[in-house]
Design a binder for this molecule. Structure first.
Ligand SMILES: [Ca+2]
Ligand SMILES: [Ca+2]
Length: 166
């Protein structure tokens, strides 16, 4: 009797082990299949600059980001940070800018302080080129449409250097 019980228990264990192994195999084989939709992932989604643009631009909901919108946003950031309202940000006040926008979290005070007088003027702050426009406003129109980001003009793709041999 007891031998039979032990045997049955052993058989059950084995069955469980096989079952677990099978499930594990299923999970392992279905894993890569799920991630195989290569065409679905657009590079645009990986660009934090584009995601960031939604926080300051496209205020009309038309899929267009303009310098004007950026400057209005920068102006507000500056105004909110300039606690003593003297028209300049000292290093202490500059921290409020870093906290207000997570893309500017690592913004460098010295980078904005062009004339190195230890404070960032409104002009220094607002006139700094926004990297979003540096990258996407190729014609310097101060206007970037979402469409032009998703479908860049032909001959402008960065699909690796296909340099012809001479
Ligand atoms: Ca100030
Ligand atoms: Ca300055």
């Amino acid at each position: 009797m007891s031998i039979g019980l032990v045997f049955n228990k052993g058989a059950l264990d084995l069955a469980i082990k096989i079952f677990v192994a099978l499930v594990g195999l299923l999970v392992a084989s279905s894993g890569p299949a799920v991630g195989q939709g290569r065409g679905d992932v657009r590079p645009i989604r990986n660009d934090p600059l584009v995601a960031w643009a939604a926080t300051w631009g496209d205020t009309r909901g038309t899929g267009v980001y303009t310098c004007e919108e950026w400057k209005r946003y920068a102006e507000k950031l500056f105004k909110d940070a300039d606690k003593n309202r003297d028209g300049f940000l000292n290093e202490q006040e500059f921290k409020a800018v870093q906290q207000a926008d997570k893309m500017l979290r690592n913004a460098d005070f010295a980078y904005f302080d062009d004339n190195k007088d230890g404070r960032v003027s409104r002009t220094e702050f607002i006139e700094k080129p926004n990297p979003f426009f540096v990258r996407y406003d190729r014609k310097n129109e101060c206007s970037v449409s979402l469409d032009s980001i998703v479908n860049p003009p032909s001959g402008d793709t960065k699909q690796g250097p296909a340099s012809p041999r001479r």
